[in-house]
Design a protein around this ligand. Structure first.
Ligand SMILES: Nc1nc2c(c(=O)[nH]1)N[C@H]1C(S)=C(S)[C@@H](COP(=O)(O)O)O[C@H]1N2
Ligand SMILES: [Mo]
Length: 428
């Protein structure tokens, strides 16, 4: 999926391996105040009467579909030019460093498509179920909406998220290193109900969802997973799926790699063995050091990243009270704990998880401290409800080599200098 070219956004090699062991940049003694005095003498912004307080604003007809403030225009999906050979089979990235809480707004969900965005007319939409079933069936959108539906929050992470970092620190920003993820509330029908309607034959073991886009994306999904928690979703965050996310319906495969979440879903074939298609043979397999490849590595292992500060979001307020925040998730359950290190993994402190904690959903963590202005080597480490601890990058490489693109869940390090600027590094 990705070309291994000299990256334009790469950090110079000399910065890639730093010695861990800096003293943690915590101010000793009394807390340094973070705020200003309530009435700052000569602060124009507080005494001046602003236009917005003098003139009436736009009426309710100005924005039938609301958009973010003009001052948020920089909060957009971005791509990495050298990864984007063409924009039709490509990827862009969620601006994680601009978000908070656990929900990704619809317009900022990263996109990955292999044949561009299909523009499917819902009136002409059909979902077929065929193969090893008693009764092959075709559903319209209206049919789908007559099944009992459910609302569930899940993350979707592309297996290639952080894939450019296998051989060393490369991309400067969590948007690029970790932004192939989004977390939304899906409304949809459990796939189980649709399969029950068609009547799955006793020898069935697999299903193959297929997309209606020009790439005709297919993957083999074990029947057990299909009957467990997969759903055919038609809403995200309350409104219709965006075309980029598979409008009018996509498959949701909780906790498993994004490639299996077939968009513009048009057919589900039921069979007794995997189909061995492109996306599970030449792609989405993990080449090991010995030349063999791991296959069917569906689950996304526990992972986390500090989103602020990070290369695109430096500390600009100077020393004193500082809020570190980030996200953590696991394809195997909930996140039980997130630890934060200020010194490249020598010392760990428990972060504070805030907001709803759901299975296979993103979690938000915070760590507040008083920064003394010295260098930091920031890391976060997720521990999920199975007890699994997110590994360091070197621990991961020792087991998996560096040939792989997929399933890199190693601990990320940001070097923060005394000016508050951050960059992507690794500690040895
Ligand atoms: N039909 C179809 N489904 C697809 C794809 C595609 O190209 N076509 N891309 C897959 C990949 S590789 C990923 S990571 C996710 C991305 O979902 P998103 O675009 O909603 O972020 O969709 C998956 N489903
Ligand atoms: Mo993907």
């Amino acid at each position: 999926m990705f070309k291994q070219e000299k990256p334009e956004l790469a950090v110079p090699a000399r910065r890639q391996f730093l010695k861990a062991g800096l003293t943690a940049g915590v101010a000793a003694g009394a807390m340094v105040a973070g705020g200003r005095t309530a009435f700052a003498e000569g602060d124009e912004a507080i005494v001046e009467k602003k236009d917005w307080a003098v003139y009436p604003g736009n009426g309710v007809d100005a924005a039938p579909y609301g958009m973010p403030s003009q001052f948020e225009a920089h909060v957009v999906r971005r791509n990495v030019p050298w990864l984007t050979a063409d924009t039709v089979s490509s990827v862009n990235f969620t601006p994680l460093h601009e978000l908070d809480g656990i929900i990704t707004p619809n317009g900022l969900c990263f996109e990955r498509h292999h044949g561009g965005v299909a523009e499917v007319d819902p009136a002409e939409y059909r979902l077929m179920i065929n193969g090893l079933v008693d009764k092959p069936m075709v559903f319209t959108m209206e049919d789908l909406k007559r099944f009992p539906r459910e609302n569930r929050i899940y993350f979707l992470e592309c297996a290639a998220n952080s894939g450019m970092e296998w051989r060393g620190a490369q991309l400067n920003g969590c948007q690029y290193t970790h932004g192939m993820i989004h977390n939304v509330v899906y409304t949809g029908v459990p796939l189980k109900y649709l399969l029950e309607e068609a009547g799955v034959k006793t020898n069935a073991k697999w299903v193959m969802p297929e997309g209606a886009d020009a790439s005709g994306m297919t993957r083999s999904v074990p029947l057990e997973k299909a009957l467990d928690d997969c759903m055919v979703a038609f809403k995200m965050n309350g409104e219709a799926l965006r075309p980029e996310q598979g409008y009018p319906a996509r498959l949701v495969v909780p906790g498993w790699e994004g490639n299996m979440w077939v968009k513009w879903l048009r057919r589900i074939e039921v069979g007794d063995e995997p189909w061995q298609h492109r996306e599970e043979t030449s792609k989405y397999t993990d080449l090991m050091a010995n030349g063999k490849a791991r296959r069917f590595t569906w689950e996304m292992d526990a992972k986390s990243v500090i989103t602020n500060p990070s290369p695109q979001a430096p500390i600009t307020h100077g020393k004193g009270r500082t809020v570190i925040t980030g996200v953590a998730w696991s394809g195997r359950g909930k996140i039980d704990r997130v630890d934060v290190s200020l010194d490249g993994g020598n010392n760990w402190r428990e972060a504070r998880i805030s907001g709803p904690s759901f299975d296979k959903s993103m979690h938000r963590f915070y760590y507040e401290f008083d920064w003394d202005g010295s260098e930091l080597l920031l890391q976060s480490r997720a521990i999920d409800s199975t007890g699994y601890v997110q590994p360091t990058k070197n621990e991961l490489r020792a087991v998996r080599g560096t040939n792989s693109i997929y399933h890199n869940n190693g601990i990320q390090t940001w070097l923060v200098n005394s000016k508050g600027e951050a960059e992507n590094v690794e500690v040895s």
